[in-house]
Write a protein that binds this ligand. Sequence first.
Ligand code: CTP
Ligand code: MG
Length: 541
Amino acid sequence: FVLNTFYCKCIVNIKKLKRESNIMRYSNLAGAEILEDYQTFAQMIKFRQTEAKKSVIIKISEVSHIEHLKQFCECYARIVNIFPYNTIDNNRFVLMECSSDKDVEALRKIAVCKASPEYAHCVTPFFLYKPRFKLHINQKTLNKDNYEYYSNFETPNLDEINQSLKKIESVSNQMMFLYNALRITELNIRLRFYTATQISYYLSQLFINLSVVPFGSSVNGFGQIGCDLDLLCKTNISSDDKSGWKKFLFMTQVIPLVDRNEQKHFLDVVGTIMRTCIPGITDVKKILEARVPIIKFRNLYTNMQCDLSSTNMTALHMSELLYLYGQLDRRVKPLVFTIRKWARNMNLTKENPGQWITNFSLTLLILFYLQTKDILPSLTSIKIFSDKSNTIDNFDWFLKWKNTVSSNDESLSKLLCEFFEYYSFFDFKTQGLCLRDGITKVKKDVSPLYIYNPFNPSLNVSKNVTISELLRLVEHFQRAFHIMVYSTEKDTLVKLINFDLNLTINNGFNNKNKSEFINEKFIPNVTDTNNLQKMEKNIIK
Ligand code: CTP
Ligand code: MG
């Protein structure tokens, strides 16, 4: 539901505009943490989805219109929050939260339902706001500072980060700063759920048992500004079939799609519907031949780059597990954010997936390391300590678990240094990481990096990582460890996240050639470089 281009016109001469207490200002430092403190994953998702259903997005042309827009909308609905923002293509919007979905309905009624030619084939109508009032703006009395625009869609500039870090004395505090500066903001989280809810609304008009939910870094607590919005189609199969006659229409019921071909066909249809029917959706690309078929698109109004996949519930469970780990100890998120930032700046992770480690696999490396330090429990201990309901969505088990392990109170700085040390000397040649049991296990195949999928131990999460990429990763672990040991406290983090070509890496090459080194350190039972190249090709395949 979009109230488009607000030409706010009102005959009222506004004498004084005061800042309203219920218009919230958010900075990176404020945010979702208060909520996260007491919400389980399921509660958090439900809370955010409800919030999104009570919200509308309105396009405006001038910052000065916001106050009038608010006054106008208040004649029809109860407004709780207003968040103004700019998209990167410099369009101005307002995310308006009402007190209930009935208020949203009321606003919907005053909006004019107008199918513009570009949405002529809409399955549901596209709402445009019809200007009704002439607005007289008294520039003298208008206090534009009442409303700030937020454009938290781009990652903060590295120079600014460096300047700020230099002002902070300890590495641990610098890591906290980095976490607060990089994590997605409250507004951004709301826009992510709004985007999912909007697509869900449109698709459910055709596929009655379908909903679209966010997963991945948007919801697992490790999302950074600018991260993509991962969405998946969730099917709700209820025993009492309310679908009635609709069942006879083409694909009105969607069953969970296990078969990859079915997923491809389903996403093909969904991609076409989205391109043609859903307002604000652009750049739709169907990537159906990938291992996991997806639809890529951008939402112009919320400025979200989205990946929509089919009914893959494991990915959602994985998000829940990561969310839980992020909640269990206050050091987890700052550590993950710092290491992710470091890896991105070293070009170890990239925007697109490929032969290199992904943010997700890197996060699992960090979580596994924290398991070895008794800071996080293994998945098995979560199960043992959780109640018999077979769910991890319960904090009681955690208290029980906490009482059984030694309390580790190492500083963030020490954990960071030891993380780099741990993986600088890790036996990647024979060992894989098993987060399910919290221990290393012998690798099941020759993949250079082996991370057992916590929910399906027959799968390797990091199968895509090639030998040369793993080598690069280990080189950088060693370099980072070196920096952490030899730099002064204040310089450490700046040196870490800024690539310095002049810094030599003590990687063990000194006395050996590269292939000899790779064979010795990473490859089980490989003696010549031809084999090495063949193996790398196979892995890429
Ligand atoms: N996922 C998974 N198994 C994989 C890869 C991904 O279960 N081998 C799931 C995880 O829940 C992951 C989500 O898919 O969080 C999204 O993957 P991706 O976008 O690659 O990672 P994010 O965690 O979202 O990180 P980023 O910020 O880089 O998008
Ligand atoms: Mg993602």
